[in-house]
Structures are given as structure tokens and as C-alpha cells.
Design a protein. Structure first.
Length: 641
């Protein structure tokens, strides 16, 4: 999608703009009367549909027995969602949306808690009915068909439809991922202060909406020409254009548009940050039909997002690859893995113990680390040093001997050294250089804390003592007793020092992280996203950040701290905190502050075992046998260790 040069001010477009309200008014209604309601249920697929059945309003099932209140295309197989109410807070089964007798539209949980209601209502008392229109607009209306107290077209989410208008200060929000409807990392805006049309990434996750530098901006195309955009219009024919405050039209240069009578249209700010207009045949010709891309902006999002702040088109420590369909695809460098294996657009983390600037100083760094080559790949905003008149071998040596250097880019006689985290990564032939990725030679891949952690240093010291003791066991019995006694004394004083450093807590710390209650409250966004419930409390999803890397966690908040609960808390920390097995969820830390008792576990990105066994898609018997074997191995480990 791009603007024509020179600009065309279309009088025909202006005529379409003037006629657009007529298209919106000429709708057939199927009224939803006051007091009507829908309930979220797998067995009940009731919805409020438009007169011709083009769109429907109701509940769509999600994972974990949760539901989304949404509007969708109802005549195509995939029933594509075009609007949703509760993306940030899914509704549990049994939730209800009701048009009350007072004219209020409200979504409530099974316990009666209000989960969502429309914003910016006008004259609620005048509402006589609701209606799902055939253009995809859900409205709360009075007796006058053009007098809406509220309409979904005025509060879009990530999609706009034909006949929809977005005024100044209007915003589209991308989803978090393709299947997650929480707000994501990108926004399309019509800011009122400068009348512009911009796309920009936002700080994520964040409790506030902080915009990073725009990656698409009309001023880059129009130059010094005043913009003064008043509205963004998607007309009934499938054309999208911008209307200025003086009434003139900024047209776009289109290919031939298929008549809207033959196809459905939608324009969506996708979760990957690309604003795309799609078309879908209205009728099937006997083959599988899907949405086709009509046009999109920007042309290359990998190159477009190179701001001072933020991770870029992909997550930190990853790099962006543009596909043939002009979509971004993200990958991790050699030796790195995605923090969340289910989010291939998220951050990557080193799958090895990072080098430290004060560790192993007696060893030659070139004996410990090696560099893997990644061609034509760069993280252009993460340079901290640039060395000129270098050859590639000198560049390699400089990075290997620099404890801060995670990546070096060698290009045209210059060595650009980079440190973590790495933002704005991209693979592009125009880079014309080699990225040199630092890895450990010994293949010491681990998810343990960084070497600077005092817990890791303690563990390292203990391992050394145990190794020395085992070697000396071959000597005389007398010397064995001497060394064993010395090792016992060292352990005794080390444990005493740890207890002294962590006084006030009766829990064995091991190598776990001690969180404050405030830390976990911020990490979970105020304990908003519930993952499940257990006998002693509720588990919430959270995210922590260390060295610029985001790590997802599961926080178990114990309900009550009775005597039995206190005992359970200590047992879990002392026992599970020392277990490390692939079939057991790893305990990462805890909070023991006042009356608050919380446990922090690694996040299971593939959901819980219960979800796999009893969810909608149930495993076959072979998979169940493998699950049973995995459980047995975990139990055997607990029994033996």
C-alpha cells in the first residue's frame, strides 16, 4: 500500500465520502430486545446474527475453558473475528452478556462480576434494542435507526470493515499473537495534534501505553505538504482513503479492486505490525477458500522498525526475515532459543551460561568461547564500539577477548561490537557483512542463573570441594577423615553465612530467587491473568525482565497462611527447590513477606497436564502412555533423590 506521487485530490473520492453515511444508514435490523442475554458455553452456540447472516455477535471459545465476546464473519468456514470486547480478560465458562432492561450492555462472570461494558455511551436511557447489522456493526439503538447510543464501529479493536470510519484520535491495536487477543506491540493512530497517519510499536508488556518511534508516517511520503487528516474511511466498494480537514481526499494508488458484491473485505493491523487489507470470496467454488492479501503497509517492516527504544519487528536477541508475502518471520541466532516457545515473535535468550567479566580470569577466553557466522544479519542499534582498519580475524579475536561482546559485525574493514540485549535484528542482503555470534565451546547449555549470582557461586564452590574430596578418597583412611572433616566445616560455615545473610526467613533458600511481594505484583500486572487453581491457592501468569530479557513465570499465591499452609509452603520450597528433572516443573523462587506466601515456578508454555488430558483436543492412547511414562520418571526421581 502506498500513496501516489504526485498526490491526487479525487472529487470522485469526495463524492464517495459524502455518500458514505447513506450506506451506513441503509441497514436492515434484526432487533435484540431488552432483557436478552447469551451465555458462554461449549454446548450452546447461540449468537445474535445480522439479518442476512453475514455477521454474528456472541461468545467464541478459547483455550483453558475461556471465552471471547466477539463479532465475526458468519458465512465463511473460519468465522474470522473482526471485533472483540474482552481481549485482555477472557471470560470463564458460564459468563453472560446481557442487554439489561435499563438498556445497558454488560458482560459478567458466573459470580456476577462485571468483566466489560461499552465505553462512551450516549443517552443510555433511550436504548430500546440492540442489533447486529449486515455491515459488521453492532449497535445500541433508539427508535430512530440513525441514533446510536453506542456502536462497535466507534470502538474498533484491530480491524476495520467497509462503511466504517475512524475519526481523529482513533486507534487500532494489534493482538499479542495470532491466537491471543490481548493487546499487542503495535498501534495504528490518527493523532489529533498533527493530523497524521502513523504506525508505531508500543512498550510491551506495560501498564501504560508508551509509543516508540513510528515505523510508518505520512510525513515521510508527503514531505512538507500539510496533512491535517480528519478521518480514515473504508468505503463500501473496498477503497480506503484519508479525508483532510478541508474536505479534500488523499487517494491511494490501487490495483484493480474486485467488486465488494463478490468478496468480503477487511483491513487488519496484524499481530506482526503489518496493516493489511484482505479479501475473501463470498461463495465457494468447491475448493478451500482463504483470505488473500490485497495490499499492506509497510512494504518491509524488518527495515522499517529501527528505533532508539524497543525490540524492533521481532523480540530482543532475535532477527527479522521478510517472507515472499512481505510478512516478518523471526528467528533466534545460533545458541539462542525463544523465551516462550509458543511465541515465535518474542524474545530470544542465550541457551548457555553467559560470559562474565570477572569469572575464569585465569583461562584464555579463546579457549572458552567460539564465534558462529551469520551472514547478512545485523542489530544496527546495539553497537558499543567500532574498530576500523580491521580484518575479520582481528574482529573475531577482539570480540572473544571482550567480556561485554556478545556479537560482532564485520563489514568493509570495520568491526562493530555489540552487547546484550540485541534490538532491531534483521536479515537483509544490503547488510553485506558477517555477524559473529559468541558461544561457549564446551556446549555448556543451561537455564541456570547468570554466573554473577551468589547462589551459582556457592554451587560452584561446593562442586569443586566435592570433586577434590572424591579424588582424595583413594588415599589413607586418616587423610580421608581429615578432608571429610574439613569439607564438613566448610559446608557448615557456608550454610551459617547464608542463614545470616537471609535472616528473618525460616525457609532454606538453596539457589532460589527471593522476590518481594511488590516484584510479583508488578510481574503479574496486579495478579490479573489466572492460569489455574490448586488446593492451596491460585496460579497467575507473569513476566520478569533480567538483562533486557523477558522471562515468563507462573506465580502461585497461597490463599491462607494457617499452620498447615505454612508447613506446605516450607515443604515445597525446601524439597521442590532442590529438584531438577525434565518431567517436573522447576521452582524458580518464592516470596515470604509478612503474611504473603508465594511460589514462583517456570511457565509451562504448552499449558498444564490437565488441559492436555481433559481439554477439547484429547491425546490418543499412545500419547497417554508416553505421559504416564513421563510421570513415572518424575516420581522415580523424587523417590530416589
Amino acid at each position: 500500500m502506498y500513496f501516489s506521487t504526485p498526490l491526487r485530490f479525487s472529487f470522485f473520492g469526495l463524492l464517495l465520502h459524502l455518500l458514505l453515511p447513506i450506506f451506513s444508514i441503509a441497514q436492515v435490523y434484526r432487533n435484540v430486545s431488552l432483557g436478552s442475554s447469551l451465555t458462554a458455553s461449549i454446548s450452546n452456540n447461540d449468537s445474535w446474527s445480522s439479518p442476512a447472516g453475514e455477521f454474528a455477535f456472541g461468545f467464541r471459545p478459547l483455550e483453558n475453558d475461556q471465552f471471547l465476546l466477539a463479532i465475526w464473519f458468519d458465512k465463511i468456514p473460519d468465522r474470522t473475528v473482526v471485533w472483540y470486547a474482552n481481549g485482555n480478560q477472557a471470560a470463564p465458562r458460564g459468563s453472560k452478556v446481557e442487554l439489561t432492561t435499563e438498556g445497558r450492555l454488560v458482560l459478567t462472570s458466573p459470580q456476577g462480576k462485571e468483566l466489560w461494558k461499552p465505553e462512551e455511551l450516549v443517552n443510555t436511557g433511550a436504548v430500546r434494542y440492540a442489533a447486529m447489522l449486515d455491515n459488521g456493526n453492532f449497535v445500541l439503538a433508539s427508535g430512530n435507526s440513525s441514533d446510536y447510543s453506542w456502536e462497535s464501529f466507534k470502538q474498533p479493536t484491530d480491524t476495520i470493515l467497509p462503511t466504517q470510519i475512524m475519526e481523529t484520535n482513533g486507534v487500532l491495536y494489534s493482538r499479542q499473537t495470532e491466537n491471543s487477543y490481548s493487546r499487542g506491540r503495535f498501534r495504528l493512530r490518527l493523532p489529533a495534534d498533527n493530523g497524521n497517519f502513523v504506525l508505531n510499536p508500543v512498550a510491551y508488556p506495560s501498564l501504560t501505553e508508551n509509543n516508540y518511534d513510528a515505523y510508518y508516517n505520512l510525513t515521510w511520503i508527503l514531505g512538507s505538504v500539510p496533512i491535517n487528516i480528519r478521518r480514515f474511511v473504508f468505503n463500501k466498494s473496498g477503497d480506503i482513503y484519508l479525508v483532510r480537514k478541508n474536505g479534500s481526499i488523499l487517494t491511494l494508488t490501487w490495483d484493480n479492486i474486485v467488486p465488494a458484491t463478490d468478496v468480503y473485505y477487511r483491513a487488519t493491523l496484524d499481530f506482526d505490525g503489518v496493516f493489511t487489507q484482505y479479501s475473501h470470496p463470498r461463495t465457494s467454488n468447491g475448493t478451500s477458500q482463504r483470505w488473500s492479501i490485497v495490499r499492506s503497509i509497510p512494504d518491509n517492516i524488518c527495515d522499517s522498525i529501527i528505533g532508539r527504544l524497543g525490540s524492533g519487528a521481532c523480540g530482543y536477541n532475535s532477527y527479522c526475515i521478510l517472507t515472499t508475502e512481505k510478512r516478518p518471520s523471526c528467528a533466534c541466532p545460533p545458541g539462542y532459543v525463544f523465551v516462550d516457545s509458543n511465541n515465535k515473535f518474542g524474545d530470544c535468550r542465550p541457551n548457555f551460561i553467559l560470559p562474565g567479566c570477572q569469572e575464569e580470569e585465569s583461562r584464555n577466553p579463546e579457549d572458552l568461547f567460539e564465534l558462529k557466522t551469520l551472514k547478512n544479519t545485523d542489530w544496527p542499534t546495539s553497537d558499543y564500539d567500532g574498530l576500523q582498519s580491521y580484518n575479520e580475524q582481528d574482529c573475531r579475536s577482539s570480540c572473544l577477548n571482550d567480556c561485554l561482546c556478545a556479537v560482532a559485525l564485520f563489514r568493509e574493514g570495520t568491526c562493530w561490537k555489540k552487547k546484550l540485549p540485541l534490538p532491531n535484528g534483521r536479515l537483509d542482503p544490503s547488510v553485506n557483512g558477517n555477524a559473529l555470534i559468541k558461544l561457549r565451546k564446551d556446549g555448556n547449555f543451561s537455564a541456570q542463573p547468570s554466573p554473577s549470582s551468589p547462589f551459582l557461586e556457592t554451587k560452584k564452590d561446593r562442586s569443586t570441594l566435592i570433586l577434590v574430596g572424591s579424588v582424595l578418597l583413594g588415599s589413607s583412611v586418616f587423610f580421608n577423615f581429615l578432608f571429610l572433616a574439613a569439607i564438613f566445616l566448610v559446608f557448615f560455615f557456608m550454610e551459617k553465612r547464608l542463614r545470616k545473610n537471609n535472616q528473618g526467613s525460616s525457609v532454606l533458600r538453596s539457589n532460589l530467587h527471593s522476590f518481594t511481594y511488590k516484584d510479583l505484583e508488578e510481574a503479574t500486572g496486579g495478579f490479573k491473568e489466572e492460569l489455574g487453581r490448586g488446593s492451596f491457592g491460585i496460579v497467575y501468569k507473569g513476566v520478569t525482565e533480567e538483562m533486557g530479557l523477558r522471562n515468563y513465570i507462573a506465580v502461585k499465591k497461597l490463599d491462607k497462611v494457617f499452620r498447615e499452609g505454612e508447613k506446605e509452603f516450607k515443604t515445597e520450597v525446601n524439597v521442590i527447590g532442590q529438584t531438577h528433572h525434565k518431567n517436573l516443573v522447576r521452582l524458580l523462587g518464592f516470596c515470604e513477606e509478612g503474611q504473603n506466601r508465594l511460589l514462583v515456578y517456570e511457565f509451562m508454555s504448552n499449558s498444564s497436564l490437565a488441559e492436555h488430558l481433559f481439554g477439547i483436543s484429547k491425546p490418543d492412547w499412545n500419547q497417554r502412555v508416553q505421559i504416564a511414562f513421563g510421570i513415572s520418571r518424575g516420581l522415580m526421581y523424587l523417590q530416589e533423590e
